[in-house]
Design a protein around this ligand. Structure first.
Ligand code: SF4
Ligand code: SF4
Length: 75
């Protein structure tokens, strides 16, 4: 069954550790050291939203619950 994920990063929680990006099989996420959060951390960005397959790896590994993920089936 085909599925697609809508992934977003909560900028108030992300600390730019990069775990989500390193576990993503589709290179959807990347930490941008030039973009800082309000807390002064580099932020993870969604750089290829259309490539997300909704696998949930990013959501599972984020230690700060900073990933929002909605999975849509049959797209
Ligand atoms: S759900 Fe999977 S494909 Fe989508 S951003 Fe997270 S790790 Fe990458
Ligand atoms: S794993 Fe969580 S805290 Fe780390 S970069 Fe990704 S979204 Fe940010």
């Amino acid at each position: 069954m085909a599925q697609h994920g809508d992934v977003a990063v909560r900028t108030d929680r992300c600390k730019g550790c990069g775990l989500c990006a390193s576990f993503c099989p589709k290179q959807v996420l990347a930490v941008d050291p030039g973009k800082l959060s309000e807390r002064g951390f580099p932020l993870c960005q969604v750089i290829q939203p259309d490539a997300c397959i909704g696998c949930g790896f990013c959501y599972s590994v984020c230690p700060d619950l900073a990933i929002s993920l909605t999975v849509e089936k049959d797209r």
